[in-house]
Design a protein around this ligand. Structure first.
Ligand code: SF4
Length: 443
């Protein structure tokens, strides 16, 4: 690893479970924590890089540090029985049949395929499902370029975790944009393409260009969105990587074509915005004419308090970014460890929101991305018949349902819409959509 005078690393290198000893030699990773990560990373993905280790994790606060919790698997993420099995098999090699079977069994219990991802959203053409595409909302298509299906660092709460441990069923990956282009030509009402992953910014500029530039020949595409956590996990991508300037020129080209380029930045904690390198990266992105929208889930042990969110949204506003979504975490992976009940999520959102200047109140939340659409919990109302969550569809698979309000009896423990008894009143279309299933799925 080479550090420049301003602390930027010159070359990206990912560290996984095999580099734990190396990490422990250079950072005060306690022995017990190292062994925990070694055990859990047989089941859950673990990947980190030098920038996250040196700039984001506060090693004086490990293991409670939010950035440490964000990246390093924790003992509480598996139940005691599963941990016991992993401990018993610790000395065996990864390919040992008993290890393989035990790991597969534990993963199955972690709900690796939150509902609806493959069945409901993947469009079909004459030759069958179109690989690497999801089309859920009329105006937006999600595009998963094959070479962008990894990240600079993995989040412990990632709802697509299973794909990072080799689950081919969850992998959405297009070799190239041909299927996307055909789909767009047949669907002129699609105005937005969200290029997502993993993280598309792990690709070289040359590869990214191969996916983005053809979109500029489709006149009906008006907005190109890029979902990424690279400003947080590897801001060098826009500052000092060998093709950093090229990627900014590519962004400019999208903007100069008359499109909106929206960088959908995944920012979980204000610390991610506090480094000079992240600030420089975001300045450079904004200078291309791109607009940066910010979103993240609310996660126990990472950002489950109002001060963190108001600090994050204020920092975003100060950096010229647009606070956009606070999501509710989906029920997959170690969800039991980080789930935050909706009742608490509303309190955290509202307390943080009250602290904001008006310009930062662009943010919406807490929002669940369900089979029906994006459901926001607008608040809690106290009525003579009891306490209710007030809910609303911000976005819907059926566009006629966008904006429709509904309610559900308040619950102190429910953490997802399918744990609520939703009431749509006399709204039959909404009632049908909600009772048809409002499970967790890919947005
Ligand atoms: S950056 Fe996004 S896709 Fe990558 S691990 Fe984190 S949540 Fe998952």
């Amino acid at each position: 690893m080479h550090l420049t005078v301003d602390g930027t690393t010159t070359r990206f290198r990912a560290y996984g479970p095999r580099q734990l000893d190396d990490i422990a030699r250079r950072y005060p990773l306690p022995d017990a924590a190292r062994e925990t990560v070694r055990l859990l990373s047989r089941v859950l993905p673990f990947r980190v890089n030098e920038y996250v280790l040196s700039e984001l994790v506060d090693w004086t606060r490990v293991p409670d540090d939010p950035m440490y919790q964000l990246v390093f698997p924790q003992a509480g993420m598996l139940d005691e029985a599963d941990l016991g099995v992993l401990r018993r098999l610790a000395g065996r090699r990864d390919g040992d049949p008993e290890v393989v079977a035990a790991v597969r069994e534990i993963r199955e219990r972690l709900n690796p395929h939150p509902g609806g991802q493959q069945e409901l959203n993947v469009p079909r053409d004459d030759s069958g499902p179109v690989p690497g595409l999801q089309h859920k909302y009329r105006e937006t298509v999600l595009y998963f370029p094959g070479q962008g299906q990894t990240c600079h660092t993995y989040c412990t709460y990632c709802f697509r975790w299973a794909q990072f441990v080799g689950d081919a069923d969850l992998r959405f990956a297009a070799r190239g944009p041909a299927g996307l282009l055909r789909h767009l030509r047949g669907h002129p009402d699609v105005s937005d393409v969200l290029v997502t992953g993993g993280d598309p910014m792990v690709m070289t500029t040359e590869r990214l260009r191969g996916h983005l530039e053809p979109l500029l020949d489709v006149p009906t595409v008006r907005t190109v969105r890029i979902g990424t956590k690279s400003p947080a996990y590897w801001p060098q991508r826009f500052v000092s990587d060998s093709d950093a300037d090229d990627v900014l020129r590519l962004f400019e080209r999208v903007v100069q074509s008359g499109r909106t380029l929206a960088v959908m930045a995944h920012l979980s904690h204000p610390r991610e915005l506090a480094t000079p390198l992240a600030q420089r990266a975001l300045e450079r992105i904004r200078a291309t004419g791109a607009v940066v929208y910010c979103q993240a889930p609310l996660i126990g042990h990472v950002n489950d308090n109002a001060a963190t969110w108001s600090g994050l949204w204020r920092a975003e506003l100060a950096a010229g970014l647009v606070p956009y979504y606070m999501f509710v975490a989906r029920d997959t992976g170690p969800h039991a460890y980080y789930r935050v009940p909706l009742a608490r999520a509303v309190d955290i959102f509202q307390e943080a929101y009250r602290e904001l200047p008006g310009l930062a109140r662009t943010v919406r939340g807490p929002v669940m991305s369900t089979t029906v659409g994006k459901v926001v919990v607008d608040g809690v109302e106290h009525l003579p018949e009891g306490r209710y969550f007030r809910l609303r569809l911000l976005q819907a698979r059926d566009p006629r349902l966008v904006g429709r309000p509904f309610r559900a009896p308040w619950s102190p423990t429910a953490a997802w819409v399918d744990e609520l008894r939703c009431e749509a009143g006399a709204d039959e279309a909404l009632h049908a959509a909600l009772t048809g299933g409002a499970r967790a799925e890919v947005a």
